[in-house]
Design a protein around this ligand. Sequence first.
Ligand SMILES: O=P(O)(O)OC[C@@H](O)[C@@H](O)c1c[nH]c2ccccc12
Length: 262
Amino acid sequence: MSNILDKIIADKRREVELKKSIVPVSQLENAVLFSRTTTSLAGKLKASKSGIIAEHKRRSPSRAVINQALSVADVAAGYENAGVCGMSVLTDGKYFGGSLDDLLQARAATTLPLLRKEFIMDEYQLLEARAYGADVILLIAAVLTKEEIKFLSGFAKSLGLDVLLEVHNEEELRKSIMPGIDMLGVNNRNLKTFEVSINTSKQLSGIIPDEFVKVSESGISDPATIKDLQQYGYEGFLVGENFMKTEDPGRSAGAFITDILR
Ligand SMILES: O=P(O)(O)OC[C@@H](O)[C@@H](O)c1c[nH]c2ccccc12
């Protein structure tokens, strides 16, 4: 067990098994939100000139306190007001201080497409995502086999969910190129070392086929970086800490977007 990602995944497997024994699939499928009409984040990104996906994140393994003071509902309303394309909600509790209840509260406060930001390895988590109001799910190539990516993305599509597949190197990218993936996210933060480099997005951009919406994730704190990455074909930008570390994330996102569009 050498790195944080391995640790998170090991914990997550136990967590999912426990939840399966407590909340049956039928209960998820009967949730009011389970059959709501979802909104495509990929579609929103393609139609936008700024492409911001703004994240709700209280803390992370690389930063013990980002923001513990705000209500998810207020953050969601603020992001919507700012003109972002979608919102990402961390639902992992142990490492990020999030929950499925956060997703539910965000759902109640906004019509934005919502990304369930989670370490997904089991179809049960996709049913949860649907039941708690998500429109999009994240799959992390570093922790999944090609077969798992194929199965989980297919299952997500059958539920009407968009799929954002996250990679951070060429090997992960090559194994992840398949139909059923809507967006390819390049994580600038190496989840094993926490090092951030925008160059990761630039380097991988050339080998992402055109049919996927390109998303750059993590470590983005300057509107100039967005304009730079747009030259490399990126249409989506996942921004967390830069907004969440401020008192009013919605206002920060609004000013950021105004700057991009200037
Ligand atoms: O706060 P940042 O550096 O703007 O990053 C946001 C987002 O990209 C990051 O939280 C993230 C990207 N991929 C993940 C996978 C799991 C948990 C978190 C993440």
